[in-house]
Design a binder for this molecule. Sequence first.
Ligand SMILES: NC(=O)c1ccc[n+]([C@@H]2O[C@H](COP(=O)([O-])OP(=O)(O)OC[C@H]3O[C@@H](n4cnc5c(N)ncnc54)[C@H](OP(=O)(O)O)[C@@H]3O)[C@@H](O)[C@H]2O)c1
Length: 237
Amino acid sequence: MIKAIVTGHSRGLGAAVAAELLARAIPVLGLARHRVGVEGMEEVEIDLSDAGALAHWLSGHALASFLAGCDTALLVNNAGVVSPVGPLAEQEPAAALRAAVLNVGAPLALSAAFVRAAPQAERRILHISSGAGRSAYPGWSVYCATKAALDQHARAIALDGDPRVRACSLAPGVIDTDMQAEIRATPDARFPLRQRFVDLKEGGVLVAPEDCARTLVDYLTGARFGSEAVDDLRELR
Ligand SMILES: NC(=O)c1ccc[n+]([C@@H]2O[C@H](COP(=O)([O-])OP(=O)(O)OC[C@H]3O[C@@H](n4cnc5c(N)ncnc54)[C@H](OP(=O)(O)O)[C@@H]3O)[C@@H](O)[C@H]2O)c1
C-alpha cells in the first residue's frame, strides 16, 4: 500500500498533487496553515515557517501513525514562498528567516522524520525546487538560495546510498498559481524580471496545476523516480 504526505496541500500545485494522489486511491496527509476539507484526506493545520511548532509536531507520533502499514511512503515537500523579494536593503530580516525555515528547514526536518517514521517502507522524497535554484535572478536571493539548498540536499541523500530511500529535487515548470500572481504583482524595483512573467501569463505559457500534478505523480510513483537527484519536470513529460 502507498501513502503520501504533501505539504502546502491547500492551494496551487500542492492541492493538485493531493487531488491526483487521492484520485489514484493513495491516502494523503496534508500539512498547511489552512484546512480545505477534501474528502479522504487527513489534514494538519500547521505553520511550517514556525520551527518550534514543527519540532513539537514531529516529536509526537502523527507521522508514524499515518504511515503505519504502508510499503511505499511518499513525501512531497511542496510548501514554499517566493517572498521576501527585493535586494537586501528591501528585505525584512524576519521574513527571510521565515522563508528559510519554510523552504528549507521544514523539508529537511520532515525528510529525516519521514524516513525514521516508516522503516518498513520504500521511502520517496520529492522536493519541489525551481529553476531559480539553478540560475540566479535579481530580487530572488532568498528564493534562489533556498531552492538551491533543496537540490544539494537531494544530491547528498543519493550519496548516502540507501536503496530504500530515494530523493529527487524537481523543478516543476511555470505553473498558474497564486505564487505566479504574486510575482506579477511585485513592483519592478524589487523584481526587474517581472515583465517576463507577465508575458508568460499573457502568452498562455503557464501550465495548469492539474496538468503539472499528473506528470509529477506519474514520475513520483514510477520506476525511474530518483534516478537523477536533481531534475526538471519539463524534461520528464
Ligand atoms: N508556481 C510556479 O510557477 C512555481 C515554479 C517553480 C516552483 N514552484 C514551487 O512550487 C511549490 C508550490 O508553489 P505554488 O505556486 O503552488 O504556491 P502557492 O499557490 O502560493 O501555494 C503555496 C502552498 O504552500 C502553503 N504554505 C505557504 N506558506 C506556508 C506556511 N507558512 N506553512 C505551511 N504551508 C504554507 C500554502 O498553504 P497555506 O496558505 O494554507 O499555508 C499553499 O498550500 C513551491 O515550493 C514553489 O516554490 C512554483
